[in-house]
Design a protein around this ligand. Structure first.
Ligand code: NDP
Length: 454
C-alpha cells in the first residue's frame, strides 16, 4: 500500500508515495542510531541552539504548514496556525528547561557520594496519528531530542506530506543528518521497527487497538512504551456553574478539530436543575458553527479526516439513536463531496447506547443527564477511558474535591482540557499509560542511572 495524500474536503488525490521495504527501513534505523551516538555527547546548549532554531522555523512556516494540514486532513487554517505556534512554544520550552529537568540529583546514602543521573536511552520510535499531525510529533520529539535521543517517526499514512515536512524542519534547523527520520513504512512494518536493535523505546498516540498491538510487540522485545490512546472525556456541569461560560467552552472543546481530538469533551453531564438550560445554550452555539472549506479563513469546522472515519462515526450515531438517544442537532452526514459531518448533538444518552460507552471521534456531542452531583460523578467514571475531564462549578473548592475522585489523567475546573508543555499529559485505564510533556515527559525515555562511590 502506498502512502496516499488525499484531500478530505474534495476526495481528490494529492500525491502518493511508495512505502519502504525492509532494507530501506533497516538502513534508516542504523543511520539514526549512528547519528545519536554523536548527538548524545553534545551539550544541552548545543542541543538547545538547534531546538530554538526549529521553533523559529515553525513560526516562519506557520502558514505553509497550516495549508498542508488543511489539504491532507481538513484542519481549518486558523486552527492549523495555532497548532504550529504551539509546536514552536514546546520546542522553546524544552530548549530552555531540558538541562534542569535532566540535572544529576545527589542523594545522601552510606556512600561517600551517590547520585542519580539521566542518560539518553537511544532511538525512540514515534507512531503518530493524523489529527494533530504537527503537534503530536513535536510533543514527543522535542523532549526526546533534548534528552540526547534520536527519533524515528512512523506517521499516519494519510498525512505523508506533513511527515516529510517535519523531517525537513529538523534538517533545516541543523540537527545532525538522520537523527530525526521519517520512516515511510506501513503499519504492518511497525513490529519490525520495534524489534530492531537500533530502536530502544516506542511511543504511540492512536487508537486503543493499535495500543494493544504496539504494547505487545514492545513487551515481547522488552522495550519501554508510552501509550496515549483514546478518551471519552466527561464535561460535568453542576447547578452553580456559569452556564454561558460552560456552554461556550463545551462547544469549543467538542467541535475543535472537527471533534477529532483525544482530549475533546465527549460526554456532557449536566445535573437535572440546569440540564435544559445547558442543552439549549450548547445546541444554539453549536448550530452557529461555520462548516466548509478548511482553506477558507471563515471556516470553523472542516471535513473529517477520512471518509471511513465519518462512516464509523455515523454508524455509532445511528446505533445510539436506535438504542434510545435523541438526535437534536445534525446527526446526518452532509451529502456531496468531502467527508463533512455537521455539528451534532445526541440528547438523552443512556448506558444502553454506544455513545455512552464508546469514543465518538468526530463532531457529535453526547448529553448524559444526571439526577445530581453524585450521579454525575458516577457517570463521569463509568467509562473504560481515563484521559481528561472537566468540572464546571461556582464552587471551586468543591470542584477540587470532585477532581480528586475522577479517574482520569487530568481534571480541569472551569477550564477546557488542553495540553500545556509545563504540565504532564496522559491517561489511565484504556486511555493508556506514561506521560508526555513537563519533566515527567522527558524522563520517560532516559536511563535513570544510579552512581555510587565508596
Ligand atoms: P490508528 O491507531 O489506526 O492510527 C494511529 C497510528 O498508528 C498511525 O500512524 C497508524 O498507521 C498506526 N497504526 C495503525 N495500526 C497499527 C498497528 N497495528 N501497529 C502499529 N501501528 C499501527 O488510528 P486511526 O487513524 O485508524 O483512527 C481510528 C481511531 O483511533 C479514531 O477514531 C480514534 O478513536 C482513535 N485515535 C485517537 C487518537 C488520539 O489522539 N489519541 C488519534 C487518532 C486516532 P496507518 O495510518 O498507516 O494505519
Amino acid at each position: 500500500m502506498p502512502y496516499i495524500s488525499l484531500n478530505p474536503a474534495t476526495n481528490k488525490m494529492l500525491k502518493t508515495y511508495t512505502s519502504w521495504d525492509s532494507h530501506r527501513l533497516a538502513a534508516a534505523l542504523e543511520e539514526a542510531d549512528n547519528a545519536q551516538q554523536t548527538w548524545r555527547r553534545k551539550t544541552f546548549a548545543e542541543r538547545a541552539e538547534r531546538m530554538h532554531r526549529a521553533a523559529l522555523l515553525l513560526h516562519e512556516r506557520a502558514n505553509e504548514y497550516a495549508s498542508l494540514m488543511a489539504a491532507e486532513m481538513g484542519k481549518p487554517l486558523r486552527e492549523g496556525r495555532a497548532e504550529v505556534e504551539k509546536c514552536a512554544l514546546t520546542c522553546d520550552y524544552y530548549a530552555v528547561h531540558a538541562e534542569h529537568f535532566m540535572q544529576t540529583e545527589l542523594v545522601q546514602t552510606d556512600a561517600s557520594k551517590s547520585y542519580v543521573c539521566y542518560d539518553p536511552i537511544g532511538i525512540v520510535l514515534g507512531v503518530m496519528p493524523w489529527n494533530f499531525p504537527f503537534f503530536q510529533v513535536i510533543r514527543f520529539s522535542a523532549p526526546t531530542l533534548m534528552a540526547g535521543n534520536g527519533c524515528v517517526l512512523k506517521h499516519a499514512s494519510n498525512v505523508p506530506q506533513c511527515a516529510l515536512a517535519l523531517e525537513r524542519l529538523f534538517h533545516d534547523a541543523e540537527f545532525p543528518p538522520h537523527l530525526f527520520a521519517t520512516l515511510m513504512i506501513e503499519a504492518a512494518d511497525v513490529a519490525e521497527a520495534i524489534a530492531s536493535h537500533h530502536v530502544h523505546a516506542v511511543t504511540l498516540t492512536g487508537s486503543e487497538a493499535t495500543g494493544r498491538d504496539i504494547a505487545s510487540h514492545a513487551g515481547q522485545h522488552l522495550k519501554k512504551c508510552v501509550l496515549e490512546l483514546g478518551g471519552s472525556d466527561a464535561f460535568v456541569i453542576l447547578k452553580d456553574a456559569d452556564m454561558e461560560l460552560a456552554a461556550s467552552f463545551a462547544v469549543r472543546s467538542r467541535f475543535q478539530n472537527c471533534g477529532q481530538s483525544c482530549i475533546a469533551a465527549k460526554r456532557f453531564i449536566p445535573v437535572a436543575e440546569i440540564a435544559d438550560e445547558f442543552v439549549s445554550l450548547f445546541t444554539k452555539k453549536a448550530m452557529d458553527l461555520k462548516m466548509g472549506d478548511p482553506k477558507s479563513e471563515a471556516t470553523q469546522l472542516g471535513p473529517m479526516a477520512r471518509l471511513n472515519l465519518r462512516e464509523n462515526l455515523h454508524q455509532q450515531v445511528t446505533d445510539s439513536i436506535a438504542q434510545g438517544a435523541q438526535p437534536i442537532l445534525g446527526c446526518e452526514p452532509r451529502p456531496g463531496e468531502g467527508a463533512f459531518y455537521p455539528p451534532s448533538v445526541l440528547d438523552r444518552v443512556t448506558a444502553k447506547t454506544r455513545a455512552y460507552h464508546e469514543e465518538l471521534f468526530g463532531p457529535v456531542a453526547a448529553i448524559i443527564r444526571a439526577a445530581n452531583e453524585e450521579e454525575a460523578l458516577h457517570i463521569a467514571n463509568d467509562t473504560r477511558f481515563g484521559l481528561g475531564s472537566s468540572i464546571w462549578t461556582g464552587d471551586t473548592e468543591n470542584g477540587e474535591k470532585l477532581a480528586r475522585q475522577i479517574q482520569a489523567g487530568c481534571c480541569f475546573i472551569n477550564g477546557m482540557v488542553r495540553s500545556d508543555p509545563r504540565l504532564p499529559f496522559g491517561g489511565t485505564k484504556a486511555s493508556g499509560f506514561g506521560r508526555e510533556l513537563s519533566y515527567h515527559g522527558i524522563r520517560e525515555f532516559v536511563n535513570i542511572k544510579t552512581v555510587w562511590v565508596r
